[in-house]
Design a protein around this ligand. Structure first.
Ligand SMILES: [Zn+2]
Length: 353
């Protein structure tokens, strides 16, 4: 990954080029911004460029350092993410043990003129954040710390005060849809819908594209059509409930005791997929509600006018205030899911709230 390949973050690229050129790189940066706008990708590109043996405006991609980073074998680039435990189950946060291991690595001196980049990739546990703070208070020479987070409020103010903050903004729809067309061969109309759905996040757009968004949208269209055909007897709430729950079916509470570790790991993986699926459903619904409100208020163009027209008929008698309330509930449900809330309970809450 290099700056060249990053979408829509030219301001940050220019900022770091200038800082380096003028010898004013700080020792720690905090990257904030919405999910999927490229904070982590940018941090990796920055690390590669800082460590590149022949850096120009970007990493060269060909020197030993660039190649080692690409293959994950660089000793100068430390990338911390939530670790997996002995059973192969991924933890939800970077824990304090990870930072202790890091301290041991940082004890090895860096050759004069060389540097090392340490990337903390969200989410960071409270104990780990305190240990990180100690590192930032007395940063070992030659190390550059990059901290990526989408919930800056969860980090202590003392960490904020020791980092230079770089804000990442949503990416323009046109850039996202263009890239989806070019890289993934997605048809123009679908790419535009996905870009709207992803709200400035390339990461989300790609995730939706891989997660059967179209199927979900088409089912929603069927639900709307069903209601339009038989307004008296068609239970729209029930149909929507079924649609979202389809993604939630796999989640049940509790561990599966006595099974081999790999089965547990597979099970966890399927839960993660379920969560993503449920989030896709919520996002599509939220987009339709948003578009419906917008088209009522100012006739704005919808991401999918055809489906919206169907849905508009069905929700004709629902007031705009109520639509906005529904929209807020959907967004709140998504925030709960992002923070690892139980999928089924959250969806049930979202549909009755
Ligand atoms: Zn290089």
């Amino acid at each position: 990954m290099t700056f060249r390949e990053i979408l829509g973050q030219d301001t940050s690229t220019a900022f770091f080029r200038h800082a380096r050129k003028s010898g004013r790189l700080a020792h720690a940066y905090l990257f904030t911004g919405p999910e999927g706008v490229g904070k982590g990708t940018f941090a990796r590109a920055l690390a590669k460029w800082i460590l590149c043996r022949k850096p120009a405006d970007d990493a060269c991609g060909a020197c030993d350092s660039c190649r080692q980073i690409e293959s994950g074998n660089s000793l100068s680039f430390v990338h911390l993410t939530p670790p997996t435990d002995r059973k192969g189950v991924q933890k939800t946060v970077i824990d304090v043990e990870s930072v202790r291991d890091l301290n041991a690595r940082l004890a090895s001196k860096i050759a004069a003129g060389d540097s090392r980049v340490v990337l903390f990739d969200d989410p960071i546990g409270d104990d780990a954040a305190n240990a990180l703070l100690k590192l930032l208070e007395e940063p070992p020479a030659g190390n550059l710390f990059l901290i990526v987070t989408q919930s800056p409020a969860s980090l202590p103010a003392t960490i904020h005060s020791r980092c230079h903050r770089v804000r990442f903004r949503p990416i323009a729809d046109a850039l996202i849809s263009k890239r989806l067309e070019e890289r993934s061969g997605i048809a123009a109309a679908d790419a535009r819908f996905l870009a709207r759905l992803a709200q400035g996040s390339m990461g989300k757009a790609v995730a939706y594209a891989e997660d059967g968004w179209k199927e979900t949208r088409d089912k929603l269209r069927e639900i709307a059509a069903g209601r339009a055909r038989d307004p008296e007897n068609y239970d729209m709430g029930e149909a929507l409930d079924a649609l979202i729950k389809e993604g939630a079916e796999a989640e049940d509470s509790g561990e599966k005791d006595g099974e081999p570790d790999t089965a547990i790991a597979d099970y966890r993986k399927s839960l993660r997929k379920t969560r993503e699926r449920a989030r896709t459903c919520l996002a599509i619904l939220a987009l339709f509600y948003r578009d419906l409100v917008m088209s009522r208020e100012n006739g704005a163009e919808a991401a999918d006018p055809e489906t919206l027209a169907e849905l508009g008929k069905v929700l004709e008698k629902v007031t705009t205030d109520r639509l906005i309330e529904r929209l807020e509930t959907l967004l709140q449900a998504d925030a709960y899911l992002r923070r690892n809330a139980n999928v089924r309970l959250t969806i049930e809450w979202a549909l009755v709230a």
